[in-house]
Design a protein around this ligand. Structure first.
Ligand code: ZN
Length: 179
């Protein structure tokens, strides 16, 4: 496994609509492994393939999914734990309901947190790492995580959700900090 460099805005790959995966093979499984290692090392709670420079519809998330449903953590469980890895290939939201507002951050848009409105509960259909169909139901924070990562597959980041003026200020600030 390897930790991959994370692409940050305004990298054009983050604006691309990612391609569906046509064959789930060893190449894809290696990418999933590397993405998981990269996410946990960051540390982050989700990571989409375009963030590591691969424009394909693949994401990983540290979401506890049991029997196809996201579950609240038990008291002794830690958010972002490596035992809660969920991998989705070609994910599609097939059901959604309710609304939730949440302050989101992104590994590709460092030091920016903005409130985003999402569906409160979603059902996703995707392929697993063996190419078999899978279904995940997620609600609350975990629904937010999946929707955030799926935005990346459509070339949308938090950076696109702020005004043009704020984008200019953000990039200026980042440039200054890098020296
Ligand atoms: Zn993100």
């Amino acid at each position: 496994m390897a930790i991959l460099p994370i692409h940050e805005v305004p990298d054009p790959i983050l604006k691309q609509v990612a391609e569906p995966v046509s064959q789930v093979d060893d190449r894809v499984r290696k990418l999933l492994d590397d993405m998981a290692e990269t996410m946990f090392a960051a540390p982050g709670i989700g990571l989409a393939a375009p963030q590591v420079g691969v424009s394909e519809r693949i994401l990983v998330a540290a979401v506890p999914v049991r029997d196809g449903v996201s579950e609240e953590l038990e008291e002794d469980e830690e958010m972002g734990s490596e035992s809660f890895l969920t991998e989705l290939i070609n994910p599609v939201i097939v059901e959604r309901e309710g609304l939730i507002l949440f302050d989101e951050g992104c590994l590709s848009v460092p030091e920016l947190t903005i409130e985003v409105e999402r569906s409160e509960r979603i059902v996703i259909e995707a392929l697993d790492r063996n190419g078999a169909p899978m279904r995940v139901e997620a609600s609350g924070f975990y629904a937010v995580v999946f929707q955030h990562e799926m935005d990346h597959l459509d070339g949308v980041t938090l950076y696109d959700r702020i005004s043009k003026l704020k984008r200019t200020l953000y990039l200026k600030k980042r440039k200054k900090r890098r020296g």
